[in-house]
Each structure stands twice: as structure tokens, then as C-alpha cells.
Design a protein around this ligand. Structure first.
Ligand code: HEC
Length: 192
């Protein structure tokens, strides 16, 4: 007869091994996904409201310098409120400070591949080696972004591009069309 105690112990060990391999349980992953999406959406909304206000007041000539000075502060503020760190990064950068890590580059490449295969892009949650948890979410370009990130001579005027290049001489973040992958949100949650 099989010893029930032995069986239960074996099952327990198997479960433990499986859950350690994945790092995060499915329930944990779901929770981080929801929190990540909420934080990214709130940060985007916050930034867009500020950019919109500056666009109304002084157009691109005012909104671009505003972003240059305040984009960091706005994300930091949202990060502190939520006890996380928040980053926006891209394969085509405007601000060199937003340079992607190796893992972020891989995630962007994965999203680009899915995009060319016309598949849906969904956020990703992973545990880092140090136990922190990372959330990645695609950022797609919408029409109102094209005034500063669009195709030169089409949605992006030469005059606006000159303003952008005067602050970001190495700017690569133009040539995007609506629906293109502009970059990703990368949000880090502390160890539980
Ligand atoms: C008024 C011009 C303007 C508009 C409109 C605008 N951006 Fe930007 N964007 C900028 C500037 C300037 C930066 C660099 C900010 C900084 O210095 O951190 C930037 C940076 C970014 C970055 C960070 C990566 C990088 O290249 O440095 C992302 C991602 C991004 N923008 C996406 C968007 C999206 C998506 C929209 C529309 C919802 C949008 N932007 C609308 C001017 C703009």
C-alpha cells in the first residue's frame, strides 16, 4: 500500500518546486498586471493632460521644453505615490536618459515581432533575479502624438522638428504613424 504521508510530502515538494521555478503564482501575476496597467494609464493621463495644457497655451514651442523639464518629475511623482519605479523607453529614443536595459530591448523586439505578425500585444510580468517584479506594457502611437513623433513633412512639420532637434539633437523618435509601437512602459514593483 502507498504510504499516504509519503505521497502528500512528494506532492508538496513537487508543488513547491513548480511554484519556485515560476517565481510568481498566476494570482500574483494577475495582480501585478492589473496594478501595472492602472499605474501606466494614470501616468499617461497625467502627462497628456499637462502636455495638452502646454500645447494649448504655447503650441509645440512650449510643450517640448515643458516635457524636457517635467517628464521625469511627473513619472517620479506617480512612482512615489504608488511605491514603484516608472520608466518609459523605446527602440527609437528622444531623450538618451530613457535608454532601455538589455531585457527591455528584448521585450521591445518581442512586441515588434508580434506587431509585424499582426498579433495582439499584451503586457508582460516577470520576476527579476533580485526578487523585484517587472511590468512591461506596449505604448502605441495615437493621432495626437504625431505632432511631435510623426512623419516629417506630414504630421510633423519642419518647424516643429527644428524645435525638437534644438533640445534633442540626437532625437530618433520621429517617423511614427498611428498604431505604431512607440515604446514601452517598464514599471518595477519592490520585493513583497
Ligand atoms: C509636445 C510634443 C510631444 C507630444 C504631443 C508627445 N510627445 Fe512623446 N516625447 C516628447 C518629448 C520632448 C520627449 C522627451 C521627454 C524627456 O526628455 O524625457 C518625449 C518622450 C517620449 C517617450 C519616452 C522615450 C523617448 O524617446 O525618450 C515616449 C515613449 C513617448 N514620448 C511617447 C509619446 C506618446 C505615446 C505620445 C502621445 C500619446 C506622445 N509621446 C506625445 C514630446 C512629445
Amino acid at each position: 500500500m502507498i504510504n499516504i504521508k509519503y505521497l502528500l510530502t512528494a506532492m508538496g515538494i513537487t508543488l513547491l518546486v513548480v511554484s519556485c521555478q515560476n517565481g510568481l503564482s498566476e494570482a500574483d501575476k494577475g495582480e501585478y498586471l492589473e496594478r501595472g496597467k492602472k499605474i501606466a494609464a494614470a501616468t499617461a493621463e497625467n502627462m497628456l493632460a499637462e502636455v495638452g495644457k502646454n500645447m494649448k497655451e504655447g503650441g509645440v514651442a512650449q510643450a517640448v521644453p515643458f516635457c524636457n523639464i517635467h517628464a521625469d518629475g511627473l513619472t517620479t511623482e506617480m512612482a512615489q505615490q504608488n511605491g514603484v519605479s516608472i520608466k518609459r523607453t523605446s527602440h527609437l529614443l528622444r531623450n538618451e536618459k530613457n535608454v532601455p536595459t538589455t531585457r527591455e530591448q528584448e521585450i521591445i523586439a518581442q512586441f515588434q515581432k508580434l506587431q509585424t505578425e499582426k498579433q495582439e500585444l499584451s503586457p508582460v510580468v516577470e520576476q527579476n533575479e533580485d526578487g523585484t517584479v517587472q511590468f512591461y506594457m506596449p505604448i502605441k502611437l495615437v493621432q495626437k502624438c504625431t505632432v511631435c513623433h510623426g512623419v516629417l513633412g506630414e504630421s510633423l512639420t519642419q518647424a516643429h522638428d527644428s524645435i525638437i532637434k534644438s533640445i534633442y539633437p540626437k532625437d530618433q523618435a520621429i517617423g511614427f504613424r498611428e498604431g505604431d509601437l512607440r515604446g514601452i512602459w517598464s514599471i518595477q514593483f519592490p520585493k513583497k
